[in-house]
Design a protein around this ligand. Structure first.
Ligand SMILES: [Zn+2]
Length: 132
């Protein structure tokens, strides 16, 4: 695990701003936002889309980045709640998606009330891989 940097705090702030702008706990359950930073420095954000088969904010942010032609990702973070202050780890499905689309990306997590970065591959030990 690595320490978070000034750039990572900016990424967290972008995710927090995104959920603050879109927070809706009643009608659409927009409660989580993600910010993903590409190696070229561009940042894409997204909020979860709730439905019977809704999508996590990771999927929305990654999908937006890919739609804009991005393929090289550096760091991703998810935040939850109206204030956007709670850092969330990715769910199991998102861990697989991160592994498929950005295996060399780092993920900001909160471990023992300390923010750290962990590699996607470390989040998915013994992973299924379509490439094998
Ligand atoms: Zn997820």
């Amino acid at each position: 695990m690595q320490d978070v940097t000034e750039k990572d705090f900016e990424l967290i702030e972008r995710a927090s701003e995104t959920i603050k702008k879109n927070y809706d706990s009643i009608k659409y359950n927009h409660t989580v936002a993600v910010a993903v930073r590409c190696k070229n420095g561009k940042i894409y954000t997204g909020v979860n889309v709730h439905s019977l088969h809704g999508a996590c904010a990771e999927v929305i942010a990654i999908g937006s980045a890919i739609t804009h032609g991005e393929r090289d990702f550096e760091c991703i973070v998810a935040v939850r709640g109206e204030s956007g202050k709670e850092i969330l780890p990715p769910c199991g499905n998102c861990r697989q998606i991160l592994l498929d689309y950005m295996p060399d990306c780092e993920v900001i997590i909160n471990t023992k009330n300390q923010l750290k970065k962990i590699g996607v591959r470390e989040l998915v030990p013994f992973a299924y891989s379509v490439a094998d």
